[in-house]
Structure formats: structure tokens, C-alpha cells
Design a protein around this ligand. Structure first.
Ligand code: FMN
Length: 359
């Protein structure tokens, strides 16, 4: 049975204020043989990537549910409202997306998913953010919900403005997160739902390398991850990784797949300017995300890069997690899957603990 924790029929603000929904009993955390990650011992390699965990209330719930690597939703140095509701619409899940689908039309429909495979959405929030003071206090609070064998990562993004250079804004954002107690930082280089340049940094080796270098210099020993989107061309992925590898401790991929969300009559499905394109995520992007994991893993091996590989995309069931860990991911995270199936980490951990007993 699915248990959505985010109400897609309500606004982002309502979910921020009143969420998460939780109509089920929280099972006791399952302890496994810990994994080593950046000098920490973590109970399991499972997390929730930036997005579904809007604030400390969500972090608290998902940490209790065994998502041992929760990522605090991307924050900015400026306050920003979310795009108008709805922010998430269900999409059909009868086939996996391919590279040829990227940028094409998709037709969301009204539906309550009944099975994990039906968990597939388009999402469009525009990276909302509270003021620095608010998110700093909330990050501090969220960290207090972490067990000793869990680690919260904070996702940051720079905002183009006249007041501060774009690279400096990334640095400022990461510094403020570290000041609030963030023990690891992720830089969001890949949001398809913003019209300005912070959405496509992951395709630019020079800019991404310069940001990673400046942020690493500022945050020193704090582990630094970058979040990438899907890139079909292996050479392009190599160029990006070469430019960033000296400065980073982890790569997280992928973000959502950009498509044009339309009503049946061809009109724009999500309200507001610049929102024809939105990000597809959930079960239907797994093949594209797996492909990207394979590509990054291969490049990492060939070039002896030593960053952690965090796989994201289409994880809705227990076998999805295993699929990633078997092809080279060090850690694996579920966003959309975990929104509807919050017991995913617990069930995977329970399965592993049973296997261990049987051996
Ligand atoms: C509701 C929602 C909000 C998201 N917000 C962010 C965000 O703030 N920053 C970010 O880097 N990715 C964000 N993402 C993208 C996810 O981190 C993830 O890369 C993507 O959804 C693919 O994973 P999935 O198939 O498990 O959903 C968001 C995703 C969802 C579903």
C-alpha cells in the first residue's frame, strides 16, 4: 500500500507548513553493517535526494524511517516563492523514457498511483527558498534528528543577481549552510524548472569547475557533492567530471528529465509563464538514470577519480536500489518513490537483515 507524505493537491506552502502527512506506524529502524562515507559510518547507503524533504519536519520523519542519508531541499541566499500550485502532476508509467523523449510533449493525467511502478510525475517548483535566517535555524533543528549513523546533506544553489557574482553566491550559500551545521554540501547544478542559468551548469565544464573550486576552497574539509542532470554524450560527461573531480567528494545523478507538460488539447498543463517545460521523475526515468550511473562509474574507474557516486532516478522498489548498487553506485537515493512509498528504506533494510541472518 502506498502512503503519500506530500499532498500534491495542495500548495508548496501548505505542505511546508503542515506536512509531512503520515497515516502509518513508523517501524523501528533496522541496523545493518555500516558503510563508510567521507569518514562517517552510515547505517545504510539509502537516502532521499534534494526535493521531497522540505524542512526539518520532513527530515525528522524520513530519518526515523531509515533514509540514512537525507538531503535538505535546495536553499538559496534569497527568499523565493514556489511556482503556483499544482507543482506535481502524475504521468503515465507504461514505458521507460528514452533519450528521444527528452524535450518532447507528455500528457499528465489525474490519477492516484496504486502500485510502486505507477509512481511517476512531472514536478515544477522553481527552487523556492526561505530567507537565510529561517533555513539556517531549521537546518540546525533538522541535524538534531539525525542518529549517530546518519548524515544529512544540505543542497545549495547560487542565484544570479546584480549584488553578487554568481560563483560568489554559490560560495556564500554553502558557507551559510556550513555555518548552520551542515556536515556535507551538495551543489544543485541541474534544475530544469528554472529559466535562468542555474539550471544547466552541469553541462558547462568551465563554469561548474569554477564553482566547485571556489566552494571547496571556502568549505575546506566539508564533503562536497555536485548534482548533475542526464547527459547522453559520454565525452561531455568526461569533460564535466575532469573539470570538477579535483574539488569534489561526490557526484549525484540524475536530476529530473525535462519535457513539455501539456493538456490533451495541447495547452500548457502547469499554470504560469515559463512552465511548459517541467521535470519528469519517478519510475519512468530509471533506464536513463541507470545509463548515467554506468557512464559516470566507467569514467571514474578509467580516470581513477575517487569521488562517491550517488545514484538517483526511478528508484521506486527494493530491486531498483540493488540494481544501482550492483553497477557501481556507492549510495542510492529515491525522491518520487520515497514520497509515495516512505517505507522503501525500511523494507530494503529489513530484507538485507533477513538475508544476513540466513547466511
Ligand atoms: C518534489 C520534488 C522536488 C525536487 N526538488 C529538487 C531540489 O530542490 N533540488 C534538486 O537538486 N533536485 C530536486 N528534485 C529532483 C530529485 O532530487 C531527483 O533528482 C529526481 O526527482 C529524480 O529522482 P526520482 O526519480 O527518485 O524522483 C526534486 C524532485 C521532486 C520529486
Amino acid at each position: 500500500m502506498l502512503h503519500p507524505t506530500y499532498n500534491i493537491h495542495k500548495s508548496y506552502d501548505e505542505n511546508y507548513q503542515n506536512g509531512p502527512m503520515c497515516d502509518f506506524e513508523i517501524p523501528k529502524r533496522v541496523k545493518l553493517k555500516p558503510i563508510k562515507l567521507w569518514g562517517y559510518e552510515i547505517n545504510s547507503p539509502i537516502g532521499v535526494p534534494a526535493g521531497p524533504l522540505l524542512n526539518s519536519s520532513y527530515i525528522k520523519l524520513y530519518a526515523a524511517l531509515g533514509f540514512d542519508l537525507p538531503v535538505y531541499k535546495t536553499v538559496r541566499t534569497v527568499e523565493r516563492k514556489a511556482h503556483l500550485a499544482p507543482n506535481c502532476l502524475m504521468v503515465k508509467s507504461n514505458r521507460q523514457l528514452t533519450v528521444d523523449d527528452i524535450g518532447n510533449s507528455i500528457y499528465p493525467f489525474d490519477h492516484e498511483p496504486q502500485t510502486t511502478q505507477e509512481i511517476a510525475i512531472t514536478n515544477s517548483f522553481g527552487i523556492p527558498s526561505k530567507s537565510i535566517e529561517i533555513w539556517q535555524a531549521d537546518i540546525e533543528k533538522a541535524n538534531r534528528f539525525m542518529a549517530d549513523d546518519q548524515l544529512m546533506i544540505v543542497s545549495c544553489v547560487g542565484t544570479p543577481s546584480e549584488n553578487r557574482n554568481f560563483i560568489d553566491d554559490f560560495v556564500f550559500c554553502a558557507q551559510k549552510a556550513v555555518e548552520a551545521g551542515a556536515k556535507a554540501i551538495e551543489l544543485n547544478y541541474s534544475c530544469p524548472n528554472v529559466v535562468s542559468k542555474e539550471g544547466s551548469i552541469y553541462q558547462d565544464p568551465v563554469l561548474s569547475g569554477a564553482i566547485s573550486k571556489a566552494v571547496k576552497k571556502a568549505i575546506k574539509d566539508i564533503p562536497l557533492m555536485i548534482k548533475m542532470g542526464y547527459i547522453a554524450n559520454e565525452y561531455q560527461v568526461l569533460e564535466i567530471l575532469k573539470a570538477n573531480a579535483p574539488f569534489i567528494d561526490g557526484v549525484s545523478a540524475i536530476n529530473t528529465i525535462s519535457m513539455q507538460a501539456r493538456n490533451k488539447d495541447g495547452s500548457q498543463a502547469l499554470p504560469g509563464e515559463g512552465r511548459l517545460n517541467s521535470g519528469i521523475c519517478g519510475s519512468v526515468i530509471k533506464n536513463l538514470a541507470l545509463e548515467m550511473t554506468k557512464r559516470i562509474h566507467k569514467i571514474r574507474k578509467q580516470n581513477k577519480f575517487d569521488f562517491v557516486l550517488c545514484s538517483v532516478g526511478g528508484i521506486v522498489s527494493l530491486t531498483d536500489i540493488d540494481d544501482y548498487l550492483q553497477i557501481g553506485a556507492d549510495i542510492a537515493m529515491s525522491a518520487t518513490g520515497a514520497m509515495w512509498n516512505p517505507l522503501l528504506a525500511y523494507e530494503w533494510q529489513h530484507q538485507k537483515s533477513q538475508l544476513h541472518i540466513r547466511i
